[in-house]
Ligand binder design. Structure first.
Ligand code: MV4
Length: 592
């Protein structure tokens, strides 16, 4: 096993890998940018080294700086997480040349799958079909027209060196070919530096279903079940689940076998994901992701297999700890990505900032994979995933109910989050019925009226007296029943003050408690309404008082309460002095 593992990443995935290292007894090393000096992954790792810089390019993508830390700390393995260097064959080679293990697939497999045309050819060689289409670069509009004549419309034009959905153009009819091809090539050139494009039949209402695989260095390759990631917007996944709803067991097995065939075909090792489009009972190979994915926890929750632990073991040369027939899936798992984004109006605008508070759900079947704690800052420079809320339930309906419950417990202060959009998704009939598709969030889901704030604290406001007001939450009991109460009090009030007089705060005016006093129709026998201690007597015998005027101050329920004259007249008798304990109904002053 490794003697030290460096995590070339940040946020929740770095935290996830550090936790796996700790369980395996492997010392972990974090790296960090200037902005992440005190980030959660840095606090959690056994050692941490600065990379310098602020942006990803200056820090987590600074090869020189990372190679330097590797040699300084003596790590013999590097886990790249997802994003950053995870699918960078050059980086994998650079560290391998230094005798350091890359916890991931061989560089050659990364390369084959990095280019979509060669990836498609590799799949076809393994007997796995993509959406009907071409495996050659498009050279003229005539080729697209010929494809349309044969297979019909719509047609998808895709970037050969692309990914993540950028640069894909849909051609609805022959007269759109010229503009769509030119625009796809232009975008491919702009985004990926290479303009080559290919084409496929365009599926109009597909689901995105992907298959998790693992392979070791001993010839073992297995599939661990699928994830349905159809609920997404702008090619960013929102919700992932396993198993995929309404997927036939026979189709699942065929998809698993296809994924293993693709992996074997490129001599794959470690964890990988083969993506498919699924429509009308048929699945088509889309691409292979040669990394651990964000949504790996849903597979872990239904199979009970720790994928990160397994990745590290396999990278160290150990055989997979299970065989295909030992992999079973129990129940249903759903993941909701909690991003610092405001879903209002379906816009999902980034909402970076400091997390003034963070309360994460727990309880049976709930898992939180977070990268931040209260007080941490979500920077505009990096992925704004705050954490992943994952639930497990005995079936899909139970899991949906559990996710709704867990979302209700989540409270994030200081930034907007995607939580409210998740609540809408979980509550929607389409999602519950499993009839959503990759276009469903953008085209069908109603996000009107959602707000990104899970913590409903309004900004400090003035109450007309020029004093800024802040919210204080207190719990009160009324007749033994518990109420959570919010009070907006001057900013300068002590934190445990809900704005009413507090005995510790002697400058505050005592509360008036004697009912009906101002009516002036009392008997003159001034009583206290509750048990307490007399802290002050405000009048003397013989003194003239008016109805409603305070006569004594009673401390009760940790508050000072003014006990007031119930009629106008002369103070005839004072029955108490400071320090006396009185009970409800005791007469304290007599007015004649
Ligand atoms: C498609 C498709 C329909 N038909 N290909 C978008 C990302 C890129 N990697 C593949 N994508 C798609 N390819 C054909 N022939 C629909 C999509 C697609 C999609 C796929 C997976 C997840 C989300 C998606 C959202 C929109 C479109």
């Amino acid at each position: 096993m490794f003697s030290k593992l460096l995590i070339a990443n940040r946020g929740e995935i770095a935290v996830r890998v550090i936790r796996a290292c700790r369980e395996l007894g492997i010392p972990s090393v974090a790296v960090y940018s200037e902005l992440d000096r005190d980030a959660m992954h840095v606090r959690l790792a056994d050692e941490a080294f600065a990379l310098g810089g602020q942006t990803a390019a200056e820090s987590y993508l600074n090869t020189e700086a990372i190679l330097d830390v590797i040699s300084r700390c003596g790590a013999d393995a590097v886990h790249p997480g997802y994003g950053f260097y995870s699918e960078n064959a050059e980086f994998a080679r650079a560290i391998t040349e230094r005798g350091v293990t890359f916890v991931g697939p061989p560089p050659e497999a990364i390369e084959v799958m990095g280019d979509k045309i060669s990836a498609r050819l590799a799949a076809e060689r393994s007997g796995v079909a993509g959406v009907p289409g071409t495996t050659e670069v498009i050279n003229s509009t005539g080729e697209v027209a010929a494809f349309g004549d044969e297979h019909g419309y719509p047609i998808a034009i895709k970037a050969a060196y692309g990914g993540g959905g950028r640069g894909m153009k849909v051609v609805g009819s022959p007269d759109e070919i010229e503009a769509a091809l030119a625009s796809a090539q232009r975008e491919a050139e702009a985004f990926f530096g290479r303009g080559e494009c290919y084409m496929e039949r365009y599926l109009t209402w597909p689901r995105h279903i992907e298959m998790q695989i693992m392979a070791d260095h001993h010839g073992n390759a297995v599939w661990l079940g699928e994830r349905d990631c159809s609920a997404q917007r702008r090619h960013q996944k929102l919700v992932e689940e396993s198993p995929a709803p309404l997927l036939d067991d026979a189709v699942r097995k065929a998809m698993g076998d296809a994924a293993v065939a693709v992996a074997r075909g490129c001599n794959y090792t470690n964890a990988g994901t083969v993506e498919f489009l699924y429509q009308d009972g048929e699945f088509f190979y889309l691409e292979m992701n040669t990394r651990l994915q964000v949504e790996h926890p849903v597979t872990e929750m239904v199979t009970g297999i720790d994928l990160v632990r397994e990745q590290i073991r396999v990278a160290a040369g150990e055989p997979l700890s299970f065989t295909q027939s030992e992999v079973t899936s129990v129940g249903h798992a759903i993941e909701a990505r909690i991003n610092a984004e405001d879903p209002a109006g379906g816009r999902f605008l980034p909402s970076p900032g400091s997390l003034t508070s963070l309360v994460v759900p727990d309880g049976f079947g709930v898992r939180w994979d977070g990268g931040y704690e209260a007080g941490d800052t979500v920077s505009q420079y990096y992925d704004n995933l705050i954490g992943k809320l994952v639930v497990w339930g005995s079936d899909r309906q139970t899991a949906i109910g559990r996710m709704q419950r867990a979302l209700g417990e989540l409270s994030v202060g200081g930034v907007a989050t995607t939580a409210a959009a998740h609540a809408r998704i979980m509550a929607s009939e389409d999602f519950q019925a499993g009839v959503h598709s990759t276009k469903w969030v953008e085209e069908r889901l109603d996000l009107s009226g959602v707000s990104g704030k899970t913590d409903t604290e309004p900004p400090a406001e003035s109450d007309g007296d020029g004093m800024p007001r802040v919210r204080r939450d207190v719990v009160v009991e009324v007749d033994g029943k518990r109420f959570a109460v919010s009070a907006w009090v001057p900013e300068s009030a002590p934190p445990n003050s809900a704005g009413t007089g507090n005995s510790a705060n002697t400058s505050a005016r005592p509360r008036r408690v004697s009912g009906g006093a101002s009516a002036g129709a009392g008997t003159g026998q001034v009583t206290v309404p509750m048990q307490g201690t007399i802290v002050k007597v405000l009048v003397e015998v013989g003194q003239e008082v008016t109805a409603g005027e305070g006569v004594v101050v009673l401390e009760a329920m940790k508050m000072e309460n003014s006990i007031n004259a119930d009629r106008s007249g002369t103070v005839a008798e004072i029955k108490v002095e400071p320090g006396d304990t009185v009970g409800a109904g005791d007469v304290v002053v007599v007015i004649s």
